[in-house]
Design a protein around this ligand. Sequence first.
Ligand SMILES: Cc1ncc(COP(=O)(O)O)c(C=O)c1O
Length: 394
Amino acid sequence: MNDQYHLETLAVRAGTLTTEFGENSEALFLNSSFRFKNAAQAAARFGGTEPGNIYSRFTNPTVTMFQDKLAALEGAEQCVATASGMSAILACIMGICSAGDHIVASRSIFGTTVQLFTNILKRWGLEVTLVSLTDVEAWKAAAKPNTKLFFAETPSNPLTEVGDIVQLAEVAHAAGAYLAVDNCFCTPALQQPLKLGADIVIHSATKYIDGQGRVLGGAVLGNKVLIEPVYAFLRTAGVTMSAFNAWVFVKGLETLQVRMEAHATRALALAQWLEQQPGVERVYYPGLPSHPQYALAQKQQRLGGGIVTFEVKPRAGQTAQEAAWALIDATRLISITANLGDAKSTITHPATTTHSRVTAEARAEAGIKDNLVRIAVGLEHIEDLKADLQLLTE
Ligand SMILES: Cc1ncc(COP(=O)(O)O)c(C=O)c1O
C-alpha cells in the first residue's frame, strides 16, 4: 500500500486493522493483556515462535495501528511508539548508544532535550557536543572516532532555524555515525527526513500529530536494524504509549495534511503581517524570504510550518522581557501556554518557559533573546489573531 498511494490517502487508510465486527473507524483496544488458546500458545508467543500480542507494554493493536500509519507517512520500515516525545528521544539514545559513545547535537533544540543531553546523559558516560544547526563544518569538526549519533531538530524550537538534512546525513555517515532528526515542527506532511538521508526520525506526537492538545506521546522511526534495539529498551523500561493515546493519534493523523496546510497558510500570513508592524524588531519564519535559510526551507520543506517567532521592540523604559510579557499579557484570544501544534493558537516566552532551565549563556549562544516570543499558529481566522496582537501596531 505504501508505494501505491499518496500521503493524504496513507494518512487516512494505512495501518488500519479491522476486527470481526467490521468497524470502519479504528477500534480502541483498552486491555492490558491478551488471552492464549492454551499453554502451548502462550509459550510460543513468549518464545517468539508465534507472532501475536501478549501484553500491552510489548504490543497493543491500537498502538500497532498508530505505528504502522506513521511509518507509512515517514517512509520508514519500522516505528515504535513512546509515552511522550522526550521518552522517544531517550529510547532512541538508550537503544542505539552505549556508555563511552559521543553525540553531536544542534544547540538549537528543545530546552528539555538540551537538559537530557547535557545533565543526564553525562552521568551515564555519554558525551555530547553542541554545535550550530546551520554550520555543517562545525558538525564535521566535532565528530570523533566514538561519535555514534548526530541529533538535529529542523526547523528548530523556538527560532525556526533550518538545518540541511542532506548535508548533515552525508557528514554523519562519513564520520560513521547515524543522523536522527526531530521532525516535530514539520511532521511528514511537510518534510520526510528519511527520504533526505536521515537514519532516524523522532516525534513528539503531543504536538501536530494529535493536533488538538489532548494527549502526550512520541515515536522513533527508521530501519528495522536501528529500531529493534529501541523497541527492546522500550518494552523493558516501559515508557510505551497507552492504547488510548494511540487511538487519539490515529484519528489525528487522518487530518494531518489538511491541518498542516491550514497552520502553515495562517502562519505565513501572520509572519508577513508581523514584519510590517512597528512593535516588531525581527521575525523568524522559514517561509519568509528574510529567513536566513529561506532557500533551503523552500527545497527541504513543502511549506514553512506553523511556528512564528519574533522579537518585540521594547518601548521607552521597558526591558526586553517586559516588552515580551506586555504583549503576551495583552492577548485575549491566543492561549498563554507552552504547547504547540494545537488548533488553538498558543503564545509563549521561550526565555522564561521552554528554555528557562538552559543557562543564560547557552540561551545567548542559541540566539534566544529576552524579547523573543513564539506563536504556534492554530486554526482560528487570521484577522482575529492579528487583532489579538494589536499592541504591536502602535
Ligand atoms: C521539538 C520538540 N521535541 C520534543 C519535545 C518533547 O515532547 P513531549 O513534550 O511530548 O515529551 C518537544 C516538546 O515541546 C518539542 O517541541
